[in-house]
Write a protein that binds this ligand. Structure first.
Ligand code: SF4
Length: 273
């Protein structure tokens, strides 16, 4: 009769990852990170070319991101900088794109609005056929509880840019609950008033940035009329603040400066004593 094997050491060690497990996990994490960096749309910050997903927010923050050349993924919502959140959003988006195939017209197409002195561009999420066959542009947002979600003003502003770029068509915000895919949809006809507020706000941002560029000797670029980049250091930023050239420290939404879970990366610049 063969004796029963002694499993004591097997069970004792089973919780501890072996070297092979750790190596495989590291490889998988590396591949996931690489893949994640290819999803979404990257934009180099440029004066005269602003991204639709950023335009709803604080002009000072947008200016500082641009002047300090802080690149962001277009798909990242403010305060959702954790890769996990961005990837969940991407997965939900990819799933929806496939599921909505019967009514899908296009997805993630780049649109651009030209205001002469500056442009706003971005990628809408989904363009679909409405129940009556007309077009509706949908921006997809993730949320933790779809039953309690209300359309955010910042999301409406972003949506208004896509609606304008597509000729003033109706739009919708589709909120998808991360854990169970419960959804809530809010439909909006194109709001010209809201859109012109967004455009005026960006015109002010553009004027401030052109002033700053002139101040630092970029007059050729300013005159050229085409998008350009400048890169300032913190000493120059302090100078710009001292001269009152930055947009004022007035956020568009109260939660932008500081809320219970995060604070703006420029908080100390704006509120330093
Ligand atoms: S701290 Fe507030 S005012 Fe300053 S850049 Fe950030 S959001 Fe704008």
């Amino acid at each position: 009769m063969p004796s029963n094997p002694d499993l004591t050491s097997f069970f004792e060690d089973s919780d501890r990852p072996s070297d092979k497990e750790e190596a495989l996990l590291r490889r998988i994490e590396e591949l996931v990170r690489d893949y994640a960096s290819t999803t979404g749309h990257t934009y180099s910050p440029m004066i005269r070319r602003y991204r639709a997903s950023g335009v709803p927010y604080c002009n000072r923050k947008l200016a500082l991101e641009m002047l300090l050349r802080i690149e962001e993924l277009e798909t990242l919502e403010e305060d959702e900088v954790l890769m996990g959140t961005a990837m969940t959003g991407q997965l939900i988006h990819d799933f929806l794109e496939k599921a909505l195939e019967p009514i899908l017209i296009s997805s993630e197409e780049e649109v651009e609005l030209d205001f002469g002195d500056f442009k706003i561009s971005g990628h809408y999420d989904l363009l679909v056929k409405d129940i009556d066959g007309s077009k509706v542009v949908i921006d997809v947002k993730t949320c933790s509880d779809a039953s309690k979600v209300k359309p955010k003003e910042s999301h409406r502003r972003q949506l208004s840019v896509y609606q304008a770029a597509l000729g003033g068509i109706p739009g919708a915000l589709l909120y998808v609950e991360r854990n169970n895919f419960r959804m809530k949809l809010f439909r909006f006809d194109f709001d010209k008033e809201l859109f012109s507020q967004v455009a005026s706000k960006i015109a002010e941002l553009n004027a401030s940035l052109l002033n700053i560029a002139n101040y630092f000797g970029y007059s050729k670029e300013v005159k050229s009329g085409i998008p350009f980049e400048i890169n300032l250091n913190f000493t120059q930023i302090k100078d710009v603040i001292g001269k009152g050239l930055l947009p004022p420290a007035i956020p568009e939404f109260e939660y932008e400066c500081r809320n219970s879970w995060s604070k703006c990366r420029f908080y100390d610049i704006c509120y330093e004593k």
